[in-house]
Ligand binder design. Structure first.
Ligand code: SF4
Ligand code: SF4
Length: 90
């Protein structure tokens, strides 16, 4: 019979969310999102969907991408509801 364990019980390293805060992974990617701020509706879905925590939210609620951490996966651009993020070469 298997025993239930909480994620907090997992060994260190088993949970990788936001691991790039410790490792600057921006050099791994070729592309990064470019934001058209005129179209941005400040929904911040890009911030929540970024698996690397590379998108922060400014005081005025607009998103800001850190090239130090962005791996260029394109998830944010795919999830943006108004398609104001375009993946471009760094
Ligand atoms: S998902 Fe798109 S519209 Fe929403 S905050 Fe990010 S860039 Fe702006
Ligand atoms: S391209 Fe990927 S890693 Fe870069 S900001 Fe968007 S979701 Fe995050």
């Amino acid at each position: 019979m298997s025993q239930k364990r909480a994620w907090q019980d997992l060994p260190k390293g088993a949970v990788s969310y936001k691991s790039s805060m410790d490792y600057k992974t921006g050099d791994w990617g070729v592309n990064a999102p470019k934001i058209d701020y005129d179209k941005c509706i400040k929904c911040n879905l890009c911030h929540f969907f970024c698996p690397e925590g590379a998108i922060s939210v400014r005081d005025d609620e607009t998103p800001e991408v850190s090239l130090d951490y962005c791996k260029g996966c394109g998830i944010c651009a795919k999830e943006c509801p108004v398609q104001c993020m375009e993946m471009v070469r760094k």
